[in-house]
Design a binder for this molecule. Structure first.
Ligand SMILES: [Zn+2]
Length: 191
């Protein structure tokens, strides 16, 4: 049976990004978080630039859980969009509503990384979490549940991954076209 959270490579990579802050297997928090997510315990899930949050209800109460990640500013995103626009395979995948597997390789040219990676110590790779439950570990069952449910949301709508990083979510086709035209103009020799 396929995993309902992280059916896509980017959704899976998003919730597994919690590994970057010390989530280890096996851990009962993963099992419990999965059960909470499966029982619809996550309410008010929100994915915004820099933060994914939600309220998670369990037998001990309702807790506010959030996962934070740094966002790239507009000028960095302009560079990133230019890099993507120059990759035909990336453009094709993005316009078909998928995140290309190479996206982080291409964005690396603009000094960016969309999805955090384990063992990489760089400021934009840093995830932080908060939850008001009694568990003092960085990843509690509620954080886990919010991450899983948000991963399922990202599976269905990959632009949410860009939004989370402060990137463009509207008129992606227009943005890619404009980025390509701008880079071609810049490459023209000055008369
Ligand atoms: Zn918690």
């Amino acid at each position: 049976m396929s995993d309902p959270y992280g059916k896509t490579w980017w959704g899976r990579k998003w919730w597994r990004a919690l590994e970057t802050i010390g989530l280890n297997y096996p851990d009962q928090r993963i099992v419990k978080g999965r059960a909470l997510a499966g029982h619809g315990a996550v309410e008010g899930l929100s994915i915004e630039p820099g933060v994914v949050s939600g309220r998670v209800a369990d037998t001990n109460g309702t807790f506010e859980a959030a996962v934070r990640i740094p966002v790239y500013d507009a000028s960095t995103w302009t560079e990133g969009m230019t890099a993507l626009s120059l990759s035909p395979s990336c453009v094709a995948a993005l316009l078909a509503g998928r995140l290309p597997k190479r996206i982080d390789d291409v964005l690396a040219g603009a000094g960016m990384r969309l999805l955090p990676k384990k063992y990489v110590a760089e400021p934009y790779n840093r995830i932080t979490t908060s939850c008001d439950c009694a568990d003092d570990r960085e990843v509690c069952a509620h954080i886990m549940a919010v991450s899983l449910v948000s991963a399922a949301r990202m599976d269905d709508d990959p632009w949410l991954v860009l939004l989370l990083r402060g990137g463009p979510t509207r008129d992606l086709a227009g943005r890619l076209r404009a980025a390509r035209v701008a880079s071609m103009d810049a490459a023209q020799p000055v008369a």
